[in-house]
Write a protein that binds this ligand. Structure first.
Ligand SMILES: NC(=O)c1ccc[n+]([C@@H]2O[C@H](COP(=O)([O-])OP(=O)(O)OC[C@H]3O[C@@H](n4cnc5c(N)ncnc54)[C@H](O)[C@@H]3O)[C@@H](O)[C@H]2O)c1
Ligand SMILES: [Fe+2]
Length: 409
């Protein structure tokens, strides 16, 4: 058996957990830059947080110029704010875009240079100031992951930065903060979380040798499997209800817990084909990360089915499929995911998303270039295999030609 897990030093989850932030900050710093999602700029939550920080004898400054999907220019404004305030700790409160802004700002403040210096895997040379990450969406898992995803106008696709140094010091998950998410944000972020859980559970199997490599994504292991499977259970139980009934705190809690567990699972194991292929789709259609991965996920599962029968059967069971023979359950898994995506209003075809058919070849090629993700897929993601996934996703049908499948790892 093999197991590995990287995570924040402390994780706090529960209704009202945000009230623990001042004490968590006081143990780690004295001058906090709060990087907050613009929707929180004049909120009661930020007002209370700043009052409580002050009562604890801590100084704080507020930065709210976070831009969704994270253009490089927005990171540089946060870097200036942190340097001007001489921040020694960051509180990131918002969706993945806010948490990733804090991660990249902390990297540039600590190590200098420019954002592109850190693109790719393992290019952050050392520790950064502690980040207390407080998500307000249930999706990216960025509160626990070694990843930040940025948009660079000099490149067509988004680009990832991954390094264990990016893992926040503390994750504070308070489901009450997600109650205000509109259904479109609940759906996109929830689809992202489910993709993290399923892609990490079916990923390339990690091995002890990976520990000595410079890989950030270590492949599936016993610990990430536990977390990934439980994440799928929670998301299958809570996501559609949180979408239909935004003020249902039970559904919000299940969804946020699922997203946290999925973040822990993929933060170590990594994601795979659906995430790799989302980069070019997002670049052309300007649709959110979660919508793209949610649409692609069932097709990536169908590609991987021959190599991951048992795992996909487990996914189907975690989604409530009952007890049936493994092959029947494995066949059902992509359909169950698609049904859930339909329930939460995720478009079912790339055509519906506005992706031009004549760019499918380009997208297949680009997707295979996201090596950190493509290399983590259980089936080798050749350009042909990527093209087959995209073709199926374009049509929105779950039929798959086995001839196009790549070899298992
Ligand atoms: N770092 C990681 O591990 C990781 C993983 C997956 C995705 N990402 C990245 O994260 C970003 C997406 O993050 P996201 O899905 O959380 O969305 P987001 O942070 O981009 O926010 C989306 C929208 O929702 C609003 N919003 C957020 N929380 C809200 C709330 N509680 N109530 C009302 N409105 C709210 C925001 O203001 C914004 O308009 C993308 O850039 C994606 O590439 C990062
Ligand atoms: Fe994701």
């Amino acid at each position: 058996m093999y197991a590995v897990l990287r995570s924040p030093g402390e994780i706090v989850f529960g209704r009202g957990a945000r009230r623990a932030v001042p004490a968590l900050v006081a143990a780690r710093g004295s001058r906090a830059l709060i990087i907050a999602d613009p929707f929180l700029a004049d909120s009661v939550e930020i007002g209370e947080l700043r009052t409580e920080l002050e009562a604890a004898g801590l100084r704080s400054a507020l930065f709210t110029d976070v831009v969704p999907e994270l253009p490089v220019s927005a990171i540089l404004s946060a870097v200036r704010a942190a340097a001007d305030f001489e921040a020694d700790i960051f509180i990131a409160i918002g969706g993945g875009s806010s948490i990733d802004t804090a991660k990249m700002a902390a990297v540039v403040v600590a190590h200098g240079g420019d954002v592109p210096d850190y693109y790719g895997e393992g290019n952050v040379p050392g520790p950064i100031a502690p980040i207390i990450a407080v998500p307000t969406t249930a999706g990216t898992g960025s509160e626990v992951t070694p990843v930040a995803v940025v948009t660079d106008p000099a490149r067509e696709s988004k680009i990832g930065v991954s390094s264990p140094y990016l893992i926040p010091a503390v994750a504070v998950c308070d489901p009450e903060l997600t109650l205000s998410c509109p259904p479109s944000v609940t759906a996109a972020s929830g689809a992202d979380a489910l993709s993290h859980a399923i892609e990490s559970y079916t990923a390339r199997k990690g091995e002890v040798g990976d520990l000595a490599s410079s890989r950030v994504f270590m492949g599936a292991s016993a610990l990430t499997d536990l977390l990934g499977l439980e994440a799928i259970r929670c998301l299958a139980a809570g996501l559609a209800q949180a979408y239909r009934q935004p003020d249902d705190i039970q559904a919000r809690s299940l969804t946020m817990f699922g997203s946290l567990l999925a973040g822990l699972a993929f933060g170590t194991a990594g994601t795979a084909a659906a995430h790799a292929l989302q980069y070019p789709i997002g670049a052309i259609t300007h649709t959110s990360h979660g919508v793209g991965v949610g649409l692609l996920l069932p097709h990536a599962m169908a590609l991987n089915a021959p190599a991951r029968q048992q795992e996909l059967a487990d996914v189907a069971r975690a989604m409530g499929a009952g007890d049936k023979p493994v092959n029947e359950l494995a066949d059902a898994a992509p359909r169950l995911v698609r049904e859930l995506m339909t329930q939460i209003g995720i478009p079912l075809s790339l055509e519906e998303l506005g992706f031009p058919r004549d760019r499918l070849d380009w997208a297949a090629e680009q997707g295979t270039h996201a090596k950190r993700l493509a290399d983590n897929n259980p089936v080798v993601l050749t350009v042909e295999a990527a093209r087959a996934v995209l073709e199926a996703a374009y049509a929105g049908t779950l039929s798959f030609d086995p001839e196009t499948l790549g070899a298992s790892r």
